[in-house]
Each structure stands twice: as C-alpha cells, then as structure tokens.
Design a protein around this ligand. Sequence first.
Ligand SMILES: Cc1cc2nc3c(=O)[nH]c(=O)nc-3n(C[C@H](O)[C@H](O)[C@H](O)COP(=O)(O)OP(=O)(O)OC[C@H]3O[C@@H](n4cnc5c(N)ncnc54)[C@H](O)[C@@H]3O)c2cc1C
Length: 396
Amino acid sequence: MKRRDFLKFVAAIAAGAVGGYLLTRPRIRKADVVVVGGGLAGSTIVKNLKGLDVVVIERGEYYVVGPAKEDIVLGLAQPGEYATRFEKYIRGEAFAVDPGNRLVYTTAGVFQYRYLVLAPGIRLAYEDVSIEPGAKYVNIYDDSNVLSNIGALRNARGRVVIAHPGLPYRCTSAPYEMAFLIKWLNPQAEISVVSGVKEIPAEFVHQISGLGDKVASLMEERGIGFIGGHEVVEVRANELVLDDGDVVKYDSLVWTPPHRGWPWLVEAGLAREGEFGYIRVDDNMRALGWDDIYAVGDVVWHVVKTGWAAFYEALVASAKILEDMGLEAKPPGFLYSEDAVRLTPQEAVRGAKAWWPIYGDILWRNIYGPSRENAEAKYQWMNAMKKIILEAQSLL
Ligand SMILES: Cc1cc2nc3c(=O)[nH]c(=O)nc-3n(C[C@H](O)[C@H](O)[C@H](O)COP(=O)(O)OP(=O)(O)OC[C@H]3O[C@@H](n4cnc5c(N)ncnc54)[C@H](O)[C@@H]3O)c2cc1C
C-alpha cells in the first residue's frame, strides 16, 4: 500500500467505517514530544528535555558512532567500542506525517504530538547508481555495510579508490580521512579520492570548511591522488564509471551513493524535492511554516552535516520547545561544527567554525594542526557521541 493510500486508510478507520463495518479507532499514543530518529540529534533532544513526556521512534537496532565506522573497517577499533544497542527507544519506522492533525504514522503505531522533532538523518540513494552484481565496496556511511566489513581495509593494497558524492553529504572530510589512514596503514597503496562535488549551493558557499586547502596540500605531500567534479554513475567489479564516461580501476573501493532526504517528508509538505528532500528550517530549527515541527541534524537542508552541527541544532530546538512550554531554557546563541581529519591515529588537522543564524554568516573560524592534540580531541568527541546516546536512553 502506498503511503498516501495508507493515510486515507487510517483516516477511514478513524472515521469508524470501512466497507460498511464499524471499526474501532486505532489506538493513538499521545506524547508532549515525539522524536523520529534516535541518533545524535534525536538523543541530544531527549537529554535536553529531561522530565517531559518524550517518545523516540527509532528504526535501527543499534547506533554506531559516525567517524568510528572508519576505524571499524580499517581494523583500528572493534564495533563494541563505539556502538551500542537502542534499548529504550520505540522500535519502528516513521513513514508519514499528518501535520494538520499532529500525527506521525509509524510501523509501531500512530503517535500524536504536541511537538514533533524530525531527526532521521540522511538516506543513501543507492537507486541513483548502477551497481554490477558482484561489485565489492565498503560504504563507511552505511552501518550494515560497515558491520559486514570489519577490518576489511586493514590490508588494502594496490589501487585504492575512495569516491564520494556531490554536496550535501555527511561529514565532508570523512573520505579524506580514510585516504590518509589507509596511506598510513599501507604506504605502498596507490590511493586516490574521486569527488562528486561539482558546485556548492550558492547559499552555502561561505560555509565550506576552511580545511580544504590544507587537506589538499597534505594529500599532495603524501602522494594521494585526486579526481574532482565527477559523480560515480556505475560501480562495476574492479572499475568505476564516472559521469563523463571515464573509467577508474580499483583493487579496493570505498564508495557511497548520493545522500538525500526522505520522500515521506516531501509528501507531508515538510521538505522540498528541489532541496533533495531535506527540511528547510527557521532560526529556531522549526520546519518552515510550522511552529510545532522541528528538524535537527543531517535531515536539515544545509551542507554542514556533522555530529557537532546536529548537537548544536538540537540545543537550539530543545531550548525553543522548553521556552514555548513556559519552562526555563538557555539556547546556545550560535551553531558550531568542526572537522578533525586524522592523518594517523596520533596526528590530525582540525577546522572549527561558529555561525548564526542557521543560514547566516560565519561568526568565527579557525584551523589547527597537524598535531597530537587534534587527534586526541577527535577521539574525545567519538566517545562523547556514544555517551550522548547512552545517557539519553537512561532518561527514558
Ligand atoms: C564515516 C563518517 C564519519 C563521520 N565523522 C564525523 C566527525 O568526525 N565528526 C562529526 O561531528 N560528525 C561526523 N560524522 C557525521 C555524524 O555522524 C552525523 O552528522 C550525525 O550522526 C548526525 O546525527 P543525526 O541524528 O542527524 O543522524 P543519525 O545519527 O544518522 O541518526 C538518524 C537516526 O534516525 C533513524 N531513522 C532514519 N529514518 C527513520 C525513520 N523513518 N523512522 C525512525 N527512525 C529513523 C536512523 O536509524 C538513525 O538512528 C561522520 C559520519 C560518518 C558516516
């Protein structure tokens, strides 16, 4: 059944008459705050709304810390160090929202909210790329792929290609960090990064990481190749086809398809297809046009898709919800993000910035390193990300 048909179906059930039979209304669970997605953004909301009636709908079984996915496929960490099960969230997948009636439809039932927080992250658009059966690749953005490739790249040799899509995609520096770490593990490997970035959406030109030039010169210094401005259109066994017809051969491939938002959010009128299904928000992180629907984290229409940004966006949203309910709240006053790119586990460069409002100007930015302290800061953040998920669940 299509989502639209399902909505009509549910409306009919609620009206009490389908096919001439009187049916009971489906049980609708009510909550002050319904959060869709228990990742970093959703869990930060839970932590900041302690004491309220909050339910979290989460479709996954476990959470794996974003950057640690690299460590797992490189054999530098075991999944248990940076992954945890979702124990306290309601296991289910949201597939429709009826904003007019404040309802969310999920595979775990129907929920009515006073405030809805959308935090489902990004969708991996595998359907946009032709994949030859038998083609083997590691996708550091896909939990199940990562968990079936534990340590797979520890001994990556020969031609190693790391290909990422155009903007927006999550944590833009992750593919480059993978290149440096593989080079450090296997200096003989012939590594190149294929970037699908052709252009930066005009409103985000000023948001792009200031780390780019530094990373480019470090890549050159370490003999890592770069092919820019070409999307992968076909993944074959041992070769990639780019959108200009060029073929790139590989022995090991790290690849991810385009990152997109969610069709069910477009259907609900909360996201636009022209913005790839991501949600445009106001300065309080509310979906434009709605004062009771918030969006935080990677699902937001923005090129900065990091755990740091997700964390700060969730602080802004939760403060507004508290304020709206007449409770004490302290919004952060700016958004913040940083990228720390490890060159080795002991050395990293780091770019940090603060901006405000969400589609506004950069207030401050800086670049640090390479240094040991930056690598340590990265591991601290990786541990903190896991802790946020654990602490949020302990409150429910
Ligand atoms: C390889 C890699 C490296 C990274 N490196 C860094 C880094 O160094 N620093 C940094 O700050 N960030 C980094 N990130 C980015 C960071 O992990 C994300 O930006 C952050 O997790 C975004 O949080 P989120 O809550 O928006 O999305 P997620 O953490 O992805 O959470 C979304 C959750 O929603 C659930 N969900 C999806 N759809 C539904 C649905 N319909 N119904 C119910 N649940 C749903 C998902 O199962 C998921 O648990 C990295 C990410 C990756 C993949």
